[in-house]
Ligand binder design. Structure first.
Ligand code: GAF
Length: 391
């Protein structure tokens, strides 16, 4: 892993690149994300409220005139050489994000050639802050620049999502790539995942911090369970469509309709649908809290999201539950919940700044005692989305 700090990562990869390829590369930064509320709603065509953060993937990249690629994962001290027309899924993991994006560009008929790339980053891997979407967006954004493809940012986002769905094999929604690409400093994005209309809401509070508590747990069932949740939501929609054919996704489902047909549904499918329908409504109410500056109410809704994810959607794990439950008795914590796909990763917390250090000490000690694991804590600063650092 690099010893470089966030500020020095671009310099670090630029010098590695020059040493290896004797050229000055284009350098692009693409951030990870947090999501304040609206979890597992994106692939149900609902709403999400993410923001891009100060941790990012960085790529140093130049075009080639042939179809070869030479990619270097600086942090892993690993590399791969090949041909862009014979991309095979790799068991190493990291090449799949670059391959997926390259394959989608080729599939869409864009004129891309091979390219050399060195990448690094400081988005914690497996912590639920979307290190993979950050890398995909960095690569797609760079290739768009290098080969003058003139693809819009929205289309780049869609392309990266497809790369994740089709090449990597996770049937993820669009939130992570959208947040990485469209993030704005000190703002959260309310994104309508059906129309892709979005609105920025200021999110900079003098006395409240976004705190991420990393369980340092990543369960192996993440991908399969994620895809199963998606299929269960689709099964619910299919059943309800028999009675209300205008419904396209859970986004269109009213609680009353769901209740009316509860007995015809598999109980697990019902629970999944109930969570999503409630979460969508919760997000819209939470944005109203935000506009009114009522962060106590916003925080309460975060807890309700967690309980839904834990009890109805069943994507939490003991470590995440432990951390959220610990904060229930902490006066300075306004809201806490698991964030992202689940089964490990981080909780996101809204914490009053006053005496925050002693809170860090208490939760770290409690986690060690209760879960026998070390806790990592990050403060999430909201920074801008994907951009060129130097060229
Ligand atoms: C993961 C996915 F990539 C997102 O699309 C989203 O579904 C999220 O889990 C859950 O809200 O980060």
């Amino acid at each position: 892993m690099p010893t470089a700090t966030a500020e020095s990562i671009p310099d670090h990869i630029a010098s590695l690149f020059k040493k290896q390829f004797h050229e000055t590369p284009l350098i692009v930064r693409s951030p990870g994300r947090v999501n304040l509320i609206g979890e597992h709603t994106d692939y149900n065509e609902g709403f999400v409220l993410p923001a891009s953060i100060d941790k990012a993937a960085y790529v140093a990249i130049t075009p080639r005139t042939d179809d070869q690629f030479h990619w270097i994962a600086a942090d892993l001290k690993d590399e791969l050489i090949g041909d862009i027309h014979s991309l095979q899924k790799s068991s190493k993991g990291w090449p799949n994000y670059l391959m997926g994006v390259t394959q989608q560009l080729l599939k869409a008929g864009h004129k891309v050639k091979g390219f050399n790339c060195v990448f690094s980053g400081d988005v914690p891997i497996g912590a639920g802050m979307s290190s993979s979407a950050a890398l995909e967006c960095a690569v797609a954004f760079s290739l768009n620049e290098l080969f003058h493809l003139k693809i819009s940012k929205v289309d780049l986002v869609k392309l990266c999502q497809k790369a994740e769905n089709e090449f990597v094999g996770v049937k993820s929604g669009i939130m992570d790539q959208f947040a990485s690409m469209f993030g704005k400093k000190d703002h959260v994005i309310r994104l309508d995942c059906r129309s892709l209309e979005y609105e920025y809401f200021p999110f900079k509070m003098q006395d409240i911090r976004i705190v991420l508590c990393d369980t340092q747990v990543k369960h192996s069932l993440v991908t399969s369970e994620y895809n199963t949740r998606r299929a269960q939501c689709e099964a619910g929609v299919k059943l309800l469509q028999q009675y209300a054919p205008e419904i396209q996704s859970l986004r269109d489902v009213e609680l009353s309709l769901l209740e009316q047909h509860r007995m015809e549904m598999d109980p697990v499918v019902y629970n999944r649908c109930l969570y999503v329908v409630e979460e969508n409504a919760r997000l819209l109410e939470a944005t109203e809290d935000l506009q009114r500056g009522d962060m106590a109410s916003f925080g309460n809704r975060m807890y309700l999201t967690h309980y839904g994810l834990r009890d109805l959607y069943e994507v939490s794990c003991p470590e995440l539950d432990f951390l959220v439950e610990f904060t229930e008795n902490e006066e300075i914590v306004l809201g806490s919940r698991m964030m992202g796909g689940g089964f490990g990763g981080c909780t996101i917390n809204l914490v009053k700044e006053e005496n925050i250090d002693s809170f860090y000490d208490r939760i770290t000690a409690a986690y060690k005692k209760g879960m026998k694991k070390d806790l990592k804590i990050y403060t999430g600063k909201i920074e801008s989305g994907t951009s060129i650092i130097s060229q």
